[in-house]
Design a protein around this ligand. Structure first.
Ligand SMILES: NC(=O)C1=CN([C@@H]2O[C@H](COP(=O)(O)OP(=O)(O)OC[C@H]3O[C@@H](n4cnc5c(N)ncnc54)[C@H](O)[C@@H]3O)[C@@H](O)[C@H]2O)C=CC1
Ligand SMILES: O=C(O)C(=O)COP(=O)(O)O
Length: 524
């Protein structure tokens, strides 16, 4: 039974795939109410209110997946989650329309002073001359961050006859052209726009993006909107521009601290605000809750997640194709680690043949996770393997080659240690499974599974017999045996597999057999 904690308020209808899954136990409680049982949860489902810090993660020792029922993951320490091997997913498009519509409603309200006029009428005033507004038609709208929400705003702005100018350094030109917007530099947007709206994530690059310096470059009388994340427009910096009248008005749905503590900013007559309502519609909440519920349910049913923040995105079909290679590479990593009884500084992986059509970075993660599993005492998986390898100073890289060594596909791994180098090659044969076809240059063919013994020896008559006798004397049944050599009388190897794990002392006894140079026990 998996335990799922849903710690922010969410649509129960949307959560149905979780609530109806008999293998999951769902607890809907605030994170502060479950401080005693944090270690028991396998999944955590949040919106923006729960702060998933490194400290919280270290208390949630059983956690496997964090699901953000929304877009922004700035409330989650994704780096710490990755380090702990916890997958982070979000619901990337479930609230796009709601947030775009909210932004547009804020824009119209801002330039027509609707919130202020509403308060005035409710106070029994009839003050028409104080609320003369500005038309949107013909105005230059600057959109900073042209992703899902930014694009939806552009569509709506065009319907209002606005001229749209966008700044997004990561925007593919073809996409902007398709939407018929003017692609600009940040300087150009700041200079031309009558209204500026920000729609980037909050990152170290976007924090304070509209600060004192950039605000000074805007048009006098500009209107500003922040319905993305508090801090993209620096709250303290903007106060000065509101006081001087350079900024004619501002709409905020999000704040640097929520609920906001910067009363000075909110109290300006020309500032309008909502309490982080962008995604608060029935439709968006149903969408985001059902998106993450489906993903978490799939995850616990062993299916791939499709909207992970810290794993390559993958559809079910692609995942099914990758899975056998991932399993093979993980086993190869385990073999490398157990055969090399010394620190490893470098691991290089070469892919060839049909495997190169797949997302090989995921397969590399499998290899690294297999390699690290026997070496360090933390949860290692495809999420954190690359990060931990880097932390341990292991450099790794993958490349593609046209040499498949006669197989339809091959994965070759070379690990360089302090004193030796180890090379292993594997291939996946459809309906048959993964095979190891070469070890340190010796051709061999075995299935990477179970309890194995790798023996390097000199190719001389009687060595194989002696090994067989010693194992027999110790009641150890050899299930399979593969031998390989490069030339008669030279170096040779044996790979033996057993029905059950062999005792440590057998390895010691075998070491006394003359001509054996190295013995490694491998558990897969
Ligand atoms: N108020 C609310 O309730 C909601 C707020 N949001 C916020 O809106 C943000 C945007 O959401 P989406 O459009 O769905 O995300 P998205 O990922 O589709 O788009 C973000 C865009 O920002 C661009 N970007 C990143 N760094 C940039 C930079 N330094 N300068 C300019 N552009 C940059 C990216 O290239 C991308 O195109 C989210 O990250 C979230 O913080 C999202 C949903 C609801
Ligand atoms: O999806 C987002 O990024 C949002 O900001 C929505 O936040 P919420 O889920 O309403 O707390």
């Amino acid at each position: 039974m998996f335990h799922v904690l849903v710690s922010d308020s969410m649509s129960n209808e949307g959560l149905a795939p979780l609530l109806e899954n008999p293998h999951l136990q769902i607890i809907q409680k605030n994170i502060n109410e479950v401080s005693e049982s944090l270690h028991q949860y396998d999944a955590l489902v949040v919106r923006s209110a729960t702060k998933v810090t490194e400290d919280l993660l270290s208390k949630m020792s059983n956690l496997k997946i964090i699901a953000r029922a929304g877009v922004g993951v700035d409330n989650i320490d994704v780096e710490a989650a990755t380090k702990h091997g916890v997958i982070v997913i979000n619901a990337p498009d479930g609230n796009t329309i709601s947030t775009a519509e909210h932004t547009f409603a804020m824009m119209a309200s801002l330039v027509r002073h609707i919130p202020q006029a509403n308060i005035s009428v409710k106070s029994r005033e009839w003050n028409r001359s104080s609320y003369v507004g500005t038309e949107l038609a013909g105005k230059h709208l600057g959109i900073i961050g042209f992703g899902r929400i930014g694009s939806e705003i552009a569509k709506r702005a065009r319907a209002f006859d606005m001229q749209v100018h966008v700044f997004d350094p990561f925007l593919p030109k073809t996409r902007a052209e398709k939407l018929g917007v003017d692609i600009c530099t940040l300087e150009e947007v700041l200079k031309i726009a009558d209204i500026i709206t920000v729609h980037t994530p909050l990152t170290k690059d976007t924090k304070g993006l509209l600060g004192k310096e950039n605000l000074a470059k805007t048009k006098k009388g500009v209107y500003l909107l922040n319905c993305a994340r508090g801090g993209i427009i620096d709250e303290n910096a903007v106060i000065h521009f509101l006081e001087s009248g350079h900024v004619a008005g501002m709409a905020l749905d999000v704040f640097e601290i929520e609920p906001p503590t910067n009363q000075r900013l909110i109290e300006f007559e020309q500032v309008i605000a909502t309490p982080h309502l962008g995604a608060s519609t029935k439709e968006a909440q149903l969408n985001v809750a059902s998106q993450v519920a489906r993903e978490v349910s799939d995850f616990f049913n062993g299916k791939p997640v499709t909207s992970s923040i810290n794993l390559p995105a993958m559809s079910k079909d692609v995942y099914e194709k990758i899975q056998p290679y991932y399993e093979l590479s993980k086993k190869m990593g385990l073999i490398v680690s157990q055969c090399m009884n010394e620190p490893v500084q470098e691991i290089s992986i070469t892919y060839a043949g049909s495997v190169t059509d797949l997302e090989t970075s995921f397969i590399t993660r499998g290899l690294l996770s297999g390699f690290l599993t026997t070496r360090i005492d933390t949860t290692i998986n495809e999420v954190n393997a690359a990060m931990i390898s880097k932390e341990l100073g292991i450099t790794f890289g993958d490349k593609v080659s046209s040499n498949t060594y006669g197989y339809s596909n091959s994965i070759t791994v070379v690990a360089i240690g302090e004193t030796k180098t180890f090379e292993i090659r594997g291939t996946y044969v459809a309906h048959y499974g993964g095979r190891i076809v070469s070890l340190n240059g010796f051709n061999i063919d075995f299935s990477p599974e179970g309890n194995l013994l790798y023996i390097q020896h000199t190719d001389r008559p009687g060595v194989i017999g002696k090994v067989g006798n010693i194992l027999g004397d110790n009641e150890i049944n050899i299930a399979t045996m593969q031998v390989g050599r490069k030339e008669m009388g030279g170096e040779a190897i044996m790979m033996l597999s057993f029905d059950k794990p062999i005792q440590e002392n057998v390895g010691h006894v075998l070491k006394n057999v003359g001509d054996i140079v190295n013995i490694r026990k491998i558990d897969l």
